[in-house]
Write a protein that binds this ligand. Structure first.
Ligand code: GRF
Length: 193
């Protein structure tokens, strides 16, 4: 049985699109059953509906407390009988309550070779640090931000004339390759915590 996956987004949704495309293969062990955005204007929502994937907006600004937002999110995931959650450019910190609830069943993609460069502006910081390789990481989500057991990493060489934009573009391409592979491994139970 295919695992039922929800993808959580806040914006562009290019990783979401990569997951949707991978999951359209018959032998892929997961199906994208739901896309949730915390922002009504996320471009990814339109893309998901073009693919006939159910979408939901749970606008965090409509909730007083972080917990109330997460309870609404959790109810929605229950409604769609979700097995696995993939964060893909989801720009909300999640409380330990939600993270514990989905522990071992929630992945995130981060644009750096963790544990290097947690947080934002990873490409600019990688260039400033002068690292020779940079990349992206898919990891299980734990309460601490941009931490947790690593499922898969991909790396690229940092080139002499790289700018933040060129480096970001190469890493993004890599993200689109590794997230579907990581989700496949987790959905098949080959990787677990
Ligand atoms: C990606 O770089 C991802 O690694 C980070 O946020 C960005 C989201 O891009 N967490 P997209 O919405 O998937 O295009």
């Amino acid at each position: 049985m295919k695992k039922r996956v929800a993808i959580l987004i806040s914006g562009r949704g290019s990783n979401m699109t990569a997951l949707i495309e991978a999951a359209s293969a018959e032998d892929y062990p997961a199906e994208i059953a739901l896309v949730v955005s915390n922002r009504p204007d996320a471009a990814g929502l339109h893309r998901a509906s073009l693919e006939a994937i159910p979408t939901a907006v749970i606008d965090h600004t409509q909730f007083g407390e972080r917990e109330a937002f997460e309870q609404a999110l959790d109810r929605k995931l229950g409604e769609y009988r979700i097995d696995l959650v993939c964060l893909a450019g989801f720009m909300r910190l999640l409380t330990p309550w939600f993270v514990e609830r989905w522990s071992g069943h929630m992945l995130n993609i981060h644009p750096s070779l963790l544990p290097q460069f947690t947080g934002l502006d990873t490409h600019r910081r990688a260039l400033a640090a002068g690292v020779k390789r940079h990349g992206a990481t898919v990891h299980f989500v734990v309460p601490e931000m941009d931490a947790g057991p690593i499922v898969l990493q991909g790396s690229v060489a940092v080139l002499e004339n790289d700018t933040e934009e060129t480096l970001a573009a190469r890493v993004l391409e890599l993200e689109h390759q590794i997230y579907p592979r990581a989700l496949r491994a987790v959905a098949q139970g080959l990787t677990k915590v």
